[in-house]
Write a protein that binds this ligand. Structure first.
Ligand SMILES: CCCCCCCC/C=C\CCC/C=C/C(=O)SCCNC(=O)CCNC(=O)[C@H](O)C(C)(C)COP(=O)(O)OP(=O)(O)OC[C@H]1O[C@@H](n2cnc3c(N)ncnc32)[C@H](O)[C@@H]1OP(=O)(O)O
Ligand SMILES: Cc1cc2nc3c(=O)[nH]c(=O)nc-3n(C[C@H](O)[C@H](O)[C@H](O)COP(=O)(O)OP(=O)(O)OC[C@H]3O[C@@H](n4cnc5c(N)ncnc54)[C@H](O)[C@@H]3O)c2cc1C
Length: 609
C-alpha cells in the first residue's frame, strides 16, 4: 500500500476495533487488550494510552468531568504532545510557551522558535482533534517551567486546523513498517489562545488573578503518564520477543541443513549448539520479561494507590524501576528480534517471515517514552542516592534492599564448586547482587573523587549506565525466581520454567562476564562451570522448545509469518507468497522493452560486428 492507503486502512481498522469494543460484551481489560492489539501502532493506541491517562492524572475533578466523557465516547480524539523538534529527552528544556493574559483570562500558546515546534507526537499529524500540550507556563513575566494544557487543534465540523495552528505529518519513518500508518506530527502555535480552565490544574494552578499556585506534591507527578506507559512497554517487550522467538524456534525445527549420514535426512538447525546458544536465551528472556512485567504492573498499581493517599515514599522506586526495566527490556528485545531474523537465515529477510515488519515496528521502543540511555541514567542517579545513604540508618528497601547487606556482599566469595551449584537460586541471586552492588559502589567511590558531583557524574556516565543495567538485570532474575517459587502450578511446567530461569541468568553471566570477573563476584573457574551448566540446560530445553513457544498461543494471523506457521508447512507457502508479488503478474517485466532489450540487442549487434 502507499502511505496514504496504509494510513486510511489503519483508520478503517481502528474504527472497526472501536465498533467491536462498543458492541461486544467485553470486560475493561478485554477492551483495553482489543484497543491495543487491534490498533498497534495507531492513533487509537495513543488516545487511550496517553491522552486519556494524562487527563486522569493531571486534571482536576471538574476537568475530568468535562473532558473524560467526550474522550471515553471518542467524541474527541487526543494525543500527547510533549516532544519538540529541539527537545525530547530534556523535558525541562521545552520551548513552547503558555503565557497567562489576565485581561482575557486566557493562556496564549506560542511556538517562539522553529525548535519549539511540537514534533513526533503520534496521532497529531492528521487525526487528533485535541492534544495534551506541554508548554512553559508564564505568568506576570515569570517562567514556572513545563506544565500540561488540554488544547483543541481542529474544527469539529470540518477537521480543519484552528486559526493560529499549523499542523501536519513529519513524514515516512524507519523501514516499510506499520509505524508509517501512524501520523506522527508537527504543530506550531502562533499566539493561539485557550481558556484558563484548560491548564491541567490538579498539581498546580493559576488563579483568575494570574497568581501561580505551585504543586504541593512532587512536580514529577506531571511525568506520570510516561511512567504508566513505560510500565506497559515492559509487557509489550515480552510479547514482541515471544513473537520473534516463536517464529525462529518453529522455523529452526523445520529447517534442515547439512549433517545427513549416508544420504539420510539432514540435521534440524535447532540441534546445532550455536543455534541453541543464540535462540534459547531469547526464549528465556520472553518468559523473564513477562514475569517482571507482571511484577512491574503490581508495583505501578501499588504506587498509584499510594499517590492517591498522598504517600510519595515509593515514587522514586517506581520511577527507577519503570525507567530501567523499560530501557533494558526494549534494548534486549530489539536486539533479540534482529537475532531471530538472522537465526532464520535468508528466509528471515523476506517480508513474509514477519520479522522485518516486527523489527521495523518495534525498534522505536528504545527511543519513545524515553531514550534508553537517558532512562538508565535516571536509574543510576537513584542508585547513587541509595549508596550515599548506606550507613545512614535508613535501610534501603524494595529493589535496592540487597544494598542493605553491603558489608557481606562487598566481601563475600561465591561458593560455587560444581556446575550443578548454578541451579541454586540463592547462589545465583547472591552472584547478581554482588555484581550490581560492587558496580554501584565502585561508581560512587569514583564519583566521590570529584569536587563537583555533576561534573563527576558526567565523566562517569558510561560506567553509571552499566551499573544501572546490572541492577535491572538483578531485578529480572530475582522476579523470575520469585515467580517459580510462587505461582507456577504443575511439576512439568515448573521444571521447564526453571530451566529457562537459569538459562536467562547464566547467559547474562556469560554475556557480561567482564563485570562479574572485574568485581570478583565469581572466578574464571566458576564462569566455566556456568557455561558447562548452560550447555546442559540447552539440551534439557531442546525437546520442549517448540512446546514452549506454542504455549504463547499466538495465531498464525497474529504472527504474520510463513516461517512461524503452526503447521510448519513453510516451503509451499513461501512459493505461494512469492507468486502473490506484483512483479510476478507478468513473465516479462515492465521495463524490458525500454531498458533490457536495447542493452542486449546492442550487445548482440557489437558481437556480430
Ligand atoms: C510488536 C509491536 C509493539 C508495539 C507496542 C506499542 C506500544 C506503544 C506505546 C507507546 C507508543 C509510543 C508513544 C510515545 C510517546 C512518547 O514518547 S511521550 C514522550 C516521552 N518522553 C520522555 O520520556 C522524556 C524523557 N525525559 C524525562 O523523563 C525527563 O526529562 C528526565 C530525563 C527524567 C529528567 O527530568 P527532570 O530534568 O525534570 O528531572 P531530573 O532533574 O533528572 O530529576 C529530578 C528528580 O525528579 C525525579 N524524576 C524524574 N522523572 C521522574 C518521574 N517520571 N517520576 C518520578 N520522579 C521522577 C528524579 O529521579 C529526580 O529525583 P531526585 O532529585 O530525588 O534524584
Ligand atoms: C516512533 C516514535 C513515537 C513517538 N511518539 C511520541 C508521542 O506520542 N509524544 C511525544 O511527546 N513524543 C513522542 N516521541 C518522541 C520521543 O519521546 C523522543 O524522541 C524521545 O524521548 C527521545 O528524545 P530525543 O529525540 O530528544 O533524543 P535525544 O535526547 O536527542 O537523544 C539523542 C542522543 O543523545 C543522548 N543523550 C541525550 N541526553 C543525554 C544525557 N543527558 N546524557 C547522555 N546522553 C544523552 C541519547 O542517549 C541519544 O543517544 C516519539 C518518538 C518516536 C521515535
Amino acid at each position: 500500500m502507499t502511505r496514504k492507503e496504509l494510513f486510511k486502512n489503519t483508520l478503517r481498522k481502528s474504527v472497526h476495533a472501536w465498533k467491536l469494543i462498543n458492541e461486544l460484551p467485553l470486560s475493561d481489560d478485554e477492551s483495553l487488550m482489543l484497543r491495543h492489539f487491534m490498533d498497534q501502532p495507531g492513533f487509537l493506541d495513543l488516545h487511550w494510552r496517553m491522552f486519556v491517562p494524562a487527563i486522569k492524572g493531571q486534571g482536576t475533578e471538574e476537568q475530568k468531568q468535562k473532558w473524560l466523557p467526550l474522550a471515553n465516547k471518542m467524541q474527541i480524539i487526543g494525543c500527547y504532545a510533549q516532544t519538540e523538534l529541539g527537545h525530547g529527552s530534556n523535558v525541562q528544556g521545552l520551548e513552547t510557551t503558555a503565557t497567562f493574559d489576565p485581561q482575557t483570562d486566557q493562556f496564549i500558546l506560542h511556538s517562539p522558535t522553529q525548535t519549539s515546534s511540537k514534533w513526533w507526537p503520534g496521532g497529531l499529524g492528521k487525526v487528533s482533534t485535541h492534544a495534551v500540550i506541554y508548554a512553559r507556563l508564564i505568568t506576570d513575566g515569570k517562567d514556572h517551567g513545563v506544565h500540561g494544557f488540554i488544547v483543541q487543534l481542529r474544527n469539529m465540523d470540518d477537521h480543519s486546523p484552528l486559526p493560529g495552528i499549523t499542523i501536519g505529518d513529519i513524514g515516512v519513518k524507519f523501514g516499510n513498517g506499520a509505524y508509517n500508518s501512524m501520523d506522527n506530527g508537527f504543530l506550531m502555535f502562533d499566539k493561539f489562545c485557550i481558556p484558563r480552565d484548560q491548564m491541567l490544574m490538579r498539581l498546580s494552578k493559576v488563579t483568575r488573578e494570574g497568581k501561580y499556585v505551585p504543586s504541593d506534591v512532587p512536580r514529577q507527578l506531571m511525568y506520570g503518564t510516561m511512567v504508566s506507559v513505560r510500565q506497559t512497554i515492559v509487557s509489550n517487550a515480552s510479547i514482541a520477543m515471544a513473537r520473534a522467538v516463536c517464529i525462529a524456534t518453529r522455523y529452526s525445527a523445520v529447517r534442515r541443513q547439512f549433517g545427513s549420514q549416508n544420504g539420510g535426512i539432514e540435521t534440524q538447525v535447532i540441534d546445532y549448539k550455536t543455534q541453541q546458544n543464540r535462540l534459547f536465551p531469547l526464549l528465556a528472556s520472553a518468559y523473564a520479561f513477562r514475569f517482571v512485567g507482571e511484577w512491574l504492573k503490581w508495583l505501578y498499581t501499588d504506587v498509584t494507590q499510594r499517590l492517591e493517599a498522598s504517600d510519595f515514599a515509593t515514587l522514586p522506586e517506581a520511577h527507577a524501576c519503570t525507567a530501567g526495566l523499560k530501557s533494558m527490556t526494549t534494548s534486549a528485545t530489539s536486539d533479540g528480534i534482529e537475532e531471530c531474523r538472522k537465526l532464520c537465515g535468508g528466509h528471515g529477510y523476506l517480508w513474509c517471515s514477519g520479522l522485518p515488519e516486527l523489527f521495523a515496528v518495534y525498534v522505536p521502543a528504545c527511543t519513545y517514552e524515553g531514550d534508553n540511555v537517558v532512562l538508565q541514567l535516571q536509574v543510576a542517579r537513584f542508585l547513587m542516592k541509595t549508596v550515599s545513604q548506606l550507613g545512614s540508618g535508613k535501610a534501603p528497601a524494595g529493589t535496592t534492599a540487597y544494598m542493605g547487606r553491603a558489608k557481606h556482599l562487598l566481601q563475600c566469595r561465591s561458593s560455587i564448586r560444581k556446575a550443578e551449584d548454578w541451579l541454586n537460586p540463592a547462589m545465583v541471586l547472591e552472584t547478581f547482587e554482588a555484581r550490581a552492588l560492587r558496580m554501584a559502589v565502585s561508581c560512587a567511590n569514583n564519583l566521590s573523587k570529584f569536587e563537583n558531583q555533576e561534573q563527576g557524574f558526567s565523566e562517569l556516565l558510561a560506567d553509571l549506565v552499566e551499573a544501572a543495567i546490572a541492577h535491572c538485570q538483578l531485578i529480572v532474575v530475582s522476579k523470575f525466581i520469585v515467580k517459580l517459587e510462587g505461582e507456577i502450578k504443575g511439576k512439568g511446567v515448573k521444571n521447564q520454567l526453571k530451566n529457562l530461569c537459569y538459562i536467562y541468568a547464566l547467559h547474562l553471566i556469560h554475556k557480561h562476564l567482564g563485570d562479574f570477573l572485574s568485581t570478583n563476584s565469581i572466578t574464571s573457574e566458576q564462569a566455566s562451570l556456568a557455561n558447562h551448566q548452560l550447555r546442559s540446560l540447552y539440551t534439557q530445553v531442546r525437546p520442549n522448545a517448540v512446546a514452549l513457544v506454542d504455549a504463547f498461543d499466538y495465531t498464525d494471523h497474529y504472527l504474520g509469518s510463513v516461517l512461524g506457521r503452526y503447521d510448519g508447512n513453510v516451503y509451499p507457502k513461501l512459493f505461494e507468497e512469492a507468486l502473490k508479488d506484483p512483479l510476478n503478474d507478468t513473465v516479462v517485466p515492465d521495463g524490458y522493452h525500454e531498458y533490457i532489450r536495447p542493452l542486449i540487442k546492442q550487445h548482440l549487434r557489437s558481437a556480430r560486428l
